[in-house]
Write a protein that binds this ligand. Structure first.
Ligand SMILES: NC(=O)c1ccc[n+]([C@@H]2O[C@H](COP(=O)([O-])OP(=O)(O)OC[C@H]3O[C@@H](n4cnc5c(N)ncnc54)[C@H](OP(=O)(O)O)[C@@H]3O)[C@@H](O)[C@H]2O)c1
Length: 262
């Protein structure tokens, strides 16, 4: 995929999506930053030597910022998808990739959750992935191929109390990924599922840095810490930059080995 082409990232206003948008923009791609609010992601340093972040490099920061194109939309609505992609095209952007990252997490006892809970989680986390993939498909065919990365969760293979709808929605993301990878391989379109474990973001940082959740995570995650949004973003960035063109349909877990630990 040539640098300068546009990768659409949903849920790019904050959290993991904002980090993905930053990493891909730093790599030279134009980014369609889709979210309900239409807010531009706040840019952070890389946290290491700054080589893949933007610390201390005003010129690079300005260039990266200039590659971010925010659009307010709703990933659960087909018409909204059409309007968002049309808005990006109207800017002269060529859509060549998609990261379906937008999602939400609701909890509730399985005896008590109502249809509204179920439909909200399934629509936001799974139906949105189908709509996003269908919406970018003609663009990717026109470009003679492309890469779609769906953001799932390691809860897709776990039984988690009070998380029935969330677990089902992320299992659906894995299934959608496999089906589309097979159906669209002939068009040179690859589809992958990146499935994170516990990831520290601005929203949950307090709970993950101290208190009972932190103690639980230190005990349960073999690597001894939750992941960062940049951990996930760097994996997504590597998938777009690698020449691993034979890999498709797989779910790639990034969870500090928690999901396979005994
Ligand atoms: N954080 C974790 O520990 C973790 C672990 C495993 C998997 N994941 C998955 O990773 C993804 C990102 O998680 P996160 O923690 O970064 O989430 P987050 O901080 O809550 O951000 C969610 C993003 O999705 C957008 N969004 C939500 N509903 C939307 C809708 N209907 N239409 C358009 N945009 C919508 C939000 O937009 P607004 O800003 O406009 O509200 C926001 O940009 C999710 O799919 C989540 O399930 C997260």
């Amino acid at each position: 995929m040539s640098k300068g082409s546009c990768i659409v990232v949903t849920g790019a206003s904050r959290g993991i999506g904002a980090a993905i948008a930053q990493v891909l923009a730093t790599a030279g791609y134009e980014i369609g930053c889709l979210s309900r609010s239409g807010a531009l992601p706040a840019l952070h340093g890389s946290g290491d030597d700054g080589s893949d972040g933007i610390d201390g490099a005003d010129e690079l920061a300005t260039r990266v910022q200039g590659r971010l194109h925010a659009v307010a939309m709703d990933v659960t609505d087909r018409t909204s998808w059409e309007a968002a992609l049309a808005a990006l095209q109207a800017k002269g952007l060529k859509i060549a990739g998609l990261v379906n990252n937008a999602g939400l997490h609701l909890e509730g006892r399985s005896t008590e959750i109502d249809l509204d809970h179920w439909q909200t989680v399934i629509n936001t986390n799974a139906t949105s992935v189908l709509l996003g993939c269908q919406s970018v498909y003609p663009h990717l065919v026109q470009n003679r191929g492309g890469l779609i990365v769906n953001i799932g969760s390691f809860f897709d293979k776990l039984g988690v109390k009070r998380n029935l709808a969330y677990c089902a929605s992320k299992a659906a993301v894995g299934a959608i990924t496999r089906c589309l990878a097979v159906e669209w391989a002939g068009q040179d379109i690859r589809v992958l599922d990146v499935a994170p474990g516990y990831i520290e973001t601005d929203l949950n940082a307090d709970a993950m840095r101290s208190g009972p959740l932190r103690a639980y995570l230190e005990k349960r995650i073999p690597s001894g810490r939750p992941g960062t949004a940049l951990d996930v973003a760097n994996l997504v960035g590597a998938l777009y930059s690698s020449g691993a063109g034979f890999m498709s349909g797989e779910t790639l877990y990034i969870d500090g080995a928690q999901g396979i630990a005994h």
